[in-house]
Design a binder for this molecule. Structure first.
Ligand code: 0X9
Ligand code: ZN
Length: 410
């Protein structure tokens, strides 16, 4: 390429030397360095050197519009460091967040924004790291007890399957509603429970689904070669250690339902299950958000037999489905996984019920019923969030009545 051509092609481009000085900043740079949407079709950010360590500089070439964005925004927000650059803050107008599906970096930024709304009520904990070194973040929200006593917990995780994008959005909608609502019912829920919400139980897979293969389902771990094929990823919802490796799961690494080489071989399922075990006596309900089909599923998924507490589980599921339907008429079917869907062993819900002894354990298969399937348009994010929140609210009140749970500090 001759000089003139280079001049015209890269007019106004600049090379910046960035110095990440915290792990979060380093993670942010790593994320954008693998974000293909910034590279194709019009190269906007080009990493001349790759992010490596904290306090080790990274050189990036940026297009004029990105450069202006960064520095104009910096001036306005008076942030002192380049790394403080963000495209948007959702703290003030958080509902606009639900007009799109977001990257993991944006999802985690949104958690920080939600947390900043009320730092007494909420906190964020990193409970582990993924194969590709992304943090597994948990958003916790509930009124603080004055005597620091343990409160009952409702656990919600989402997005263990990468392509089911509506699941993380719905979990975030619930988190957002819990922290922003001034409704006395919601305040009461927070006085009774702590809600532990993990918006993405499979961040690596989710990013891969966003950037490379929209239909990716599994984790991104490396499997041994199988007949010369190096297929990546384990189905994390076949990787839990309760009746692991039987019906409805595969021992072939290239299968979409590969159960992994051992129970909890995946850092993601290991981190979640270890964490849940430390809190299991307080967890009153476990919910995994998936899509799609509009089901509220109870254990078991490994056998067509029903668990002892099936009647209680299913009747609460039905109450939840009834409230859910009231808002937009969305119909959910309720029943055991094996009976209304198919047998699939090694699922998180079975493990939560069978090993962690959490009486109420569910998998929600969110909207829709197959018109769009996984590719659910963004206009459905808020309605799905609203109706699912209604269901969670009903379940929270049902459990409160059953165990005669009291609001704290009263
Ligand atoms: O197959 C699954 O893991 C879930 N369906 S999905 O379409 N989202 O992949 C259902 C899981 C139900 N629970 C168990 N089988 N334990
Ligand atoms: Zn799923």
């Amino acid at each position: 390429m001759d000089d003139n051509n280079f001049e015209s092609q890269y007019k106004g481009f600049k090379v910046l030397r960035l110095l990440p000085n915290t792990v979060d900043q380093l993670q942010y740079l790593s994320d954008i360095s693998t974000d293909l949407s910034l590279v194709i079709p019009n190269k906007k950010i080009d990493f001349w050197t790759q992010p490596k360590d904290v306090n080790s500089s990274v050189d990036v070439m940026v297009s004029p519009d990105i450069y202006i964005d960064i520095f104009e925004q910096e001036k306005r927000t008076n942030d002192d460091q380049l790394m403080g650059y963000r495209t948007k803050s959702w703290a003030q107008n958080s509902s606009s967040f639900f007009e799109a599906y977001h990257s993991i970096t944006e999802i985690y930024q949104f958690l920080e924004d939600l947390h900043s709304i009320d730092t007494e009520l909420s906190s964020i904990e990193t409970i582990g790291t993924t194969t590709e070194n992304r943090p597994m973040k948990l958003f916790k929200i509930g009124t603080k007890s004055k005597d620091n006593s343990q409160k009952p917990i409702i656990w919600i995780d989402a997005g263990i399957h990468a392509r089911e994008w509506i699941a993380p959005s719905t979990a975030l909608y619930i988190a957002h509603k819990l922290i922003t609502s001034s409704d006395s019912d919601v305040k009461h829920m927070l006085d009774v429970y702590d809600y532990y919400i993990m918006p993405s139980a499979n961040p690596d897979g989710y990013e891969y689904s966003r950037l490379s293969d929209r239909m990716w389902r599994k984790t991104r771990s490396h499997n041994p070669s199988f007949w010369g094929l190096f297929c990546r990823g384990v189905d994390p919802n076949r990787n839990y250690g309760y009746h692991w490796g039987s019906a409805g799961s595969s021992s072939y690494p290239c299968s979409e339902t590969y159960h992994g080489k051992a129970p909890f071989s995946e850092p993601e399922t290991k981190a979640i299950s270890d964490y849940i075990l430390t809190k299991k006596d307080n967890i009153k309900m476990y919910i995994a958000m998936h899509s799609y089909s509009q089901f509220i599923l109870t254990p078991w998924g490994w056998t067509s037999e029903l668990p002892k507490q099936y009647n209680d589980m299913v009747s609460m599921g039905q109450k939840a489905a009834q409230t859910l339907q009231q808002r937009y008429g969305t119909h959910y079917k309720v029943g055991s996984s094996t009976r209304i869907l198919y047998a699939a062993s090694g699922g998180a819900d079975d493990w939560a019920h069978g090993t962690a002894n959490i009486k109420y354990s569910y998998t929600f298969e969110l909207r829709d019923t197959g018109v769009y399937g996984f590719i659910l348009p963004v206009r459905y994010i808020i309605p799905t969030g609203e109706e699912t929140f209604d269901a969670i609210k009903t379940m929270s009140y049902e459990i409160k009545d059953e165990y005669k749970l009291k609001a704290i500090n009263t």
